[in-house]
Design a protein around this ligand. Structure first.
Ligand SMILES: [Zn+2]
Length: 104
């Protein structure tokens, strides 16, 4: 009879380093995906509303969300290309967020 069955499959936790970077940088971090490099800024909310490119719904004024823009664009261009995302939409897009839904 089989005994001592052990699973060596354990997710490697290297991605948690990103959280420390985020904390140390005041809510700003960088992410890479197939489109290029992005700067991701966590914001508490603004006094305007924006359209989230992830779900095509409005991000209401005062809603905590993330602002992302390309970091590999030409100098001075990146800020014109900023996008405001719901946090859940951004993390669902990148699929690289922390496991579980911490930070709700
Ligand atoms: Zn959204």
């Amino acid at each position: 009879m089989p005994s001592g069955r052990r699973s060596s499959k354990r997710p490697y936790a290297a991605q948690h380093v990103e959280l420390d970077v985020l904390r140390a940088s005041g809510g700003r971090s960088t992410e890479d995906d197939e489109q290029g490099a992005w700067v991701v800024q966590q914001v508490r909310g603004s006094d305007r509303e924006f359209r989230c490119p992830g779900c095509d719904q409005l991000v209401s004024p005062g809603t905590p969300h993330v602002v992302a823009w390309r970091s590999d664009g030409l100098p001075g261009q990146g800020l014109d290309d900023r996008r405001h995302w719901h946090r859940s939409c951004w993390s669902a897009r990148s699929r690289r967020g922390p496991s579980g839904r911490a930070g709700r």
